[in-house]
Design a protein around this ligand. Structure first.
Ligand code: BG6
Length: 487
């Protein structure tokens, strides 16, 4: 394998994200030999930890994986801790010295990855100090990896972006959307652009509608502090859902390479139909969970305002007004405390223009991307029913599931994304223009909702364990459609 050389500097190195996602992902890259001798990690955070303490945390974070004690020790020996206050200039001096020492020891060829795993309010000051205190190298690359949320509306996202771009050019900025690291999300372009049957049919003439469901069984858990101000629209629609919409509606890139893909994704997101308040009313539904299944209502969760109007569910009808997809409703929904954890996309094709079999109704052809929990795809066709005295049609499912062996080889989301950062491949990250157009769309909904005076008892409007409020079903009924995924 092709060993990558780099020093990671993780701001927020003691946090939940670092422990749950980053260290296990780095370990997988290490196990496969992508990271080897020439890599090290400096973790920073406020608390005064020793290297030993930090390395123990790193070992703990990978203890559930397939790992020998020796591997764990070797891997964690590449981790260094530096107590750090992001506003203190002197601390960046110390950090630079440590980085330079490590450069001598491990020889990263000047490659540095600055990973921001902390609240976005600190991004600007970190960027500034990293640059002015000369933590960036002349030789090698300097890449910045940023976690969501990237702003909370167009305005704040623009400000955030300006403050980063002042010090780092767009090409060095990697905005994480972990859904883009999921294998079956990455499969959307593969299916669309490598099969002429789908390439030919992928437009308003043959696609009736598209349905995207990101459903979660968990509630708000420990994150009410963040979630109360975000809500499902900002938390899931602005990023994961709209990125998925872009992959489903973009035109074919000239080549499957980051520049070309990005261009097409930006065009798709730019073509999102932005609603006025009346349009929002007609096309978007929000919900909040009440009690059910032995679980408490959102308003009773820890740190949640008992009168909270925050939405924990969103459903909507989206249009991408470009030449091939205009007029195709894209139904989306996401929510907490729904029936089960599942992510899937159903592309529903139009019926044949005429039913030569006379009786009965033909079922729709549906192409499903099953993202999680069992990655695979499915195509629903009509075929002949085995029957002696009557020629009749029945629905059949062609299924492909990535079996256990393939699944065991599937990179976990962050692993692939971190690898892409090391390779300088930004195809699976959100470019600034994509973020901008996504916020523009989301803002129009948020603003309409904020202006609406919801009565106190509008929420809760769905029970824990259900698939959301009735209005989300009615939304499709109005068009003579229904959700095909009904757990
Ligand atoms: C995150 C959201 O971006 O995605 C969370 O902030 C959500 O609220 C999570 O639970 C879902 O991700 P996944 O990979 O579990 O589907």
């Amino acid at each position: 394998t092709n060993e990558q050389k780099a020093l990671f500097i993780i701001f927020g190195g003691t946090g939940d994200l670092a422990q749950r996602k980053l260290y296990p992902s780095l370990f997988n890259l290490y196990k496969q030999g992508y990271l080897k001798k020439h890599f090290a990690v400096v973790g920073t955070a406020r608390r005064p930890w020793t290297n030993e303490r930090y390395q123990e945390i790193v070992r703990n974070s990978i203890s559930g994986m397939e790992v020998t004690a020796q591997q764990a020790n070797e891997f964690s020996s590449h981790f260094y801790y530096q107590s750090h206050n992001v506003n203190d200039t002197e601390h960046y001096e110390t950090l630079r010295k440590l980085a330079d020492e490590l450069e001598n020891k491990y020889e990263f060829e000047g490659n540095r990855v600055f990973y921001f795993a902390m609240s976005p309010q600190f991004f600007a000051t970190i960027c500034q100090h990293v640059k002015t205190q000369e933590l960036v190298t002349e030789k090698g690359y300097n890449r910045v990896v940023i976690e969501k949320p990237f702003g909370h509306d167009v305005k704040s996202a623009c400000e955030l972006n300006d403050s980063i771009n002042k010090y780092f050019p767009e090409k060095d900025v990697y905005r994480i959307d972990h859904y883009l690291g999921k294998e079956m999300i990455q499969s959307i372009p593969a299916l669309r652009f490598s099969n002429n049957i789908f390439n030919a049919l992928w437009n308003y003439r043959y696609i009736d509608n598209i349905q995207i469901t990101l459903s979660e069984a968990l509630g708000v858990e420990e994150r009410a502090g963040y979630y109360e101000n975000a809500g499902a629209l900002r938390d899931m629609v602005q990023n994961h859902i709209l990125q998925t919409v872009a992959l489903l509606t973009m035109n074919a890139p000239t080549m499957y390479a980051d520049e070309d893909i990005r261009k097409e994704k930006i065009s798709a997101l730019k073509a999102l139909r932005v609603y006025d308040p009346e349009g929002v009313k007609q096309n978007f539904v929000r919900g909040q969970y009440g009690p059910g299944n032995g679980q408490v209502a959102y308003r009773e969760e820890n740190q949640v305002d008992p009168h909270s109007q925050t939405e924990t569910f969103v459903a909507g009808r989206i249009f991408v007004d470009n030449m091939s997809m205009a007029g195709v409703p894209i139904y989306i929904r996401t929510g907490k405390r729904l029936t089960k954890k599942e992510t899937r996309i159903d592309v529903v094709f139009k019926n044949a223009p005429y039913n030569v079999f006379g009786h009965g109704k033909l079922k729709r052809n549906i192409l499903s991307f099953k993202v999680e929990p069992n990655p695979g795809m499915e195509l629903r066709l009509n075929g002949k029913k085995v029957d002696f005295d009557q020629y009749s049609i029945q629905s059949m499912h062609l299924r492909h599931e990535h079996g256990e062996e393939i699944q065991s080889k599937m990179p976990v989301g962050y692993e692939k994304l971190l690898y892409d950062v090391l390779q300088g491949d930004s195809a699976s990250f959100s470019h600034w223009d994509e973020v901008y157009y996504s916020w523009r769309f989301v803002d129009s909904i948020r603003q309409a909702w904020d202006q609406e005076n919801l009565p106190e008892d509008a929420f809760p409007n769905y029970a824990c364990g259900s698939m959301g409020p009735k209005a989300a079903t009615d939304l499709l009924k109005e068009d003579g459609n229904k959700w095909h995924f009904r757990p």
